[in-house]
Design a protein around this ligand. Structure first.
Ligand code: ATP
Ligand code: LTN
Length: 335
């Protein structure tokens, strides 16, 4: 009897090499990426071109890119099962971005909240790349005909833009791109800063107490949670207005698999100090094997470089098909 082969749907996502990943990146994106490898055809990459939109020290960027790649592998992204590569190693991304730039509108790009936030943060360097950042991102996604894009909540607007751009392009030039859907985690889509629970945890925050880096030592992790900003009440319940505690409950829930109700029960009548320690320990336990694996991988530069090269070659082959199709459709004379 002939076996019916089910073609898997494609997942694609990227992360910038702007520093060591935080618990926010891990909960909002990478845990999902790891789990999705089971059921989907996955592609994950280090978005180094995107990171150039904020001034980077060149030697640091090279170091961070190697580290980010090793971190993905350490978090369980398996290069045998998934396509893993560095964005700038695959030149189709920059080329696709130019063609898409010519279909993107100034008005829609000007409405992007990330552009507004980053322009305010880096007022001395509001470069054109920061403005067209979502176009490069749309190209990353559309080149691979991705079905789903797993990202944190902060990227929702960029995904909406990608869908609009794909539909517009397909409308003018004929069907080239699959229109992708976002994929957001149920819990952990927006992990908040430990120092200001009304703003998101970010790896480029100048205050290291605001975030947990996934390579932080056990003691550092526990101390950061002990210092986490909460409120002046005593009750451990998930409730509107208790941003700090809500954030800690969410983190503890994702780390342990316990529901919010179970957590509220577990800590009924106990103080914030006890709860913060439990959260710190749960996070430290979860991250320990990742740290060990990272230390092993980062010492093997040759393996990392070889894995990057294999990924880049495969990514090029896949993405070239879409790029060529788009080039033909817009009327570029093919050599
Ligand atoms: P930067 O601080 O340099 O802007 P970042 O920490 O926001 O970086 P990115 O590389 O831009 O991280 O994002 C990588 C992935 O992690 C994206 O899918 C993003 O949505 C997700 N992510 C980032 N921060 C958080 C957060 N606090 N909570 C949940 N998901 C997050
Ligand atoms: N902008 C994303 C990183 C990114 C991305 C992508 C995510 C660049 N290209 C394509 C998903 C798909 C961010 O996380 N800040």
């Amino acid at each position: 009897m002939e076996e019916v082969r089910q073609v898997k749907q494609r997942i694609l996502s990227g992360i910038q090499p702007t520093g060591v990943f935080t618990l926010g990146n891990y909960m909002g994106a990478i845990t999902n990426w790891e789990q999705m490898q089971e059921d989907y055809d996955c592609a994950y990459f280090i978005a180094d071109l995107h990171s150039l939109t904020v001034r980077q020290e060149p030697a640091q960027l090279r170091k961070h890119t190697m580290e980010a790649f090793a971190l993905l592998l350490a978090c369980g992204i398996d290069p045998e099962r998934s396509l893993v590569f560095v964005q700038s190693h695959v030149h189709t991304h920059a080329e696709m971005s130019w063609i898409l730039n010519c279909s993107a509108l100034m008005g829609e790009l000007g409405r992007m909240t990330q552009f507004k936030d980053k322009s305010a943060k880096h007022a001395d360097n509001i470069n054109a790349g920061l403005f067209t950042y979502p176009v490069l991102m749309a190209g990353d996604i559309l080149l691979y005909q991705a079905d789903y894009v797993p990202v944190g909540a902060d990227q929702k607007q960029h995904l909406e833009f990608t869908r609009d751009l794909a539909e517009r392009f397909n409308h003018f030039y004929g069907n080239v791109f699959k229109v992708p859907d976002g994929y957001f985690p149920k819990a952990g889509a927006r992990v908040m800063s430990l120092q200001d629970p009304t703003s998101k945890m970010s790896k480029s925050d100048p205050n290291p107490n605001a975030y947990i880096s996934i390579l932080d030592d056990r003691n550092v992790i526990i101390n950061k949670f002990k210092r986490a900003v909460t409120d002046s009440e005593t009750e451990i319940v998930y409730r509107e207005g208790k941003d700090g505690i809500n954030n800690l409950i969410t983190i503890y829930s994702v780390m342990t698999g316990k529901s919010f109700a179970e957590i509220e029960k577990e800590f009924e009548g106990k103080g914030y100090g006890v709860f913060k320690l439990a959260v710190g320990e749960a996070v430290a336990d979860k991250l320990q094997p990742i740290r060990d694996e990272f230390n092993r991988l980062i010492a093997d530069k040759k393996y990392i470089e070889e894995t990057m090269a294999v990924g880049a070659e495969r990514a090029y082959k896949i993405s070239r098909r879409t790029l060529d199709k788009a080039k033909k459709k817009v009327g570029l004379l093919m050599p």
